[in-house]
Design a protein around this ligand. Sequence first.
Ligand code: FAS
Ligand code: PHB
Length: 390
Amino acid sequence: MNTQVAIIGGGPAGLLLSRLLQLNGVDNVVLERRSRDYVLSRIRAGVLEQGLVDLLQEADVHKRLKAEGEVHAGFDIAFHGEVCHLDLAELSDGKTVTVYGQTEVTRDLYDALDAAEATVIHEAENVALHDLDTDNPRVTFELNGQTQQLSATFIAGCDGFHGPSRQAIPASVREEYELTYPFGWLGILSETPPVGEELIYAGHESGFALCSMRSRKLSRYYVQCPSDDDVADWSDDRFWEELKSRLPTADANALVTGPSIEKSIAPLRSYVCEPMSWNRLFLAGDAAHIVPPTGAKGLNLAASDVHYLSRAFIDYFNKGGESLLRDYSKTALSRVWKAERFSWWMTRLLHCFPKQNNFEKNLQSAEFDYLQSSHAAKVALAENYVGLHY
Ligand code: FAS
Ligand code: PHB
């Protein structure tokens, strides 16, 4: 088999890249390790920046998003019972975010790729990258026990944090930057009405909590928990009790609880790999960087990477341009690091750090007091939350 771009990974980054290339006449093949059902069973991000909404419109996969997504013009940040409302539209010259699950974005991309008879190969096992430093890179993989080979002009590593692509860049070339956090997020999905119209981010001495949603009938909640917690130790009742204890009283009293239909613990990490490209390999999304979900940036960074990389491939194949490919890593990393900073800042502001001393606790209080009292501080938070320009 051969193609122009071999895409490893069929998550949002890989599928969106495949769709944008296909719409612009660039032949590509997606190799996904899991089954489609497995990919669609994952519950992850929920907040889309306008940049991602625009990119999904460009990919012509926006119809359900426009019909079912909820446009949000603000959210609350609570800190030890005090509440600061961020009027995003007022603070960011009218920009907003859209609440629409990553699972639905992935489903919409699959539907569009199916309709265009794109080549998305599922359950591709033992994917390996070869000859990246030659003009003929190739990928080998096993399908139904048969070893296959895919030759390509370029390889796009969209295989998430645990995929093989990043490791294919020689260790001598890779610079890795990492922060790990001593806690995770325990998330649940429940068929209950959301506690409010907008998201609530809450910092509390017992830990962080987040009230989000997928629709008016499907709620998504998170509480900070120790990174070594076992989800089996968290009954629904224990979760709801803990969530209520961390919310402002009015929200705790308004909370409608119900059985969880999904419950999982996600670790929190800040991570960046530089460079994001090496010879014929280009990384996009979680394959190259990870952010703590506090700033709702993970999925949205995958989108801006795909924006830059799809343009670079299209320019190369349709006009022979090479500069966008050459500048891809530097361009993408500039936006990645600003999102890493914002996600780290939101995480430090709102979480309890076990080894935190009194000085650091007072810094957190001062940060929140400054946010509450300063229009400039609110503008800075809002412009990062709605998404910096591509
Ligand atoms: P993904 O990890 O989504 O996709 C990578 C794909 O590559 C997967 O389908 C995987 O099966 C495939 N793959 C891996 N190894 C392979 C191999 N060897 N061969 C072939 N395919 C392979 N972000 C937010 O903004 N908000 C959140 O609340 C949030 N919650 C999250 C919860 C969890 C548990 C995780 C892990 C992430 C969460 N994220 C969240 C971040 C998440 O949304 C990512 O940023 C987003 O999925 C990035 O998309 P991709 O880069 O496509 O990576
Ligand atoms: C979610 O709805 O899953 C969500 C929303 C905002 C975040 C993180 C996760 O910052």
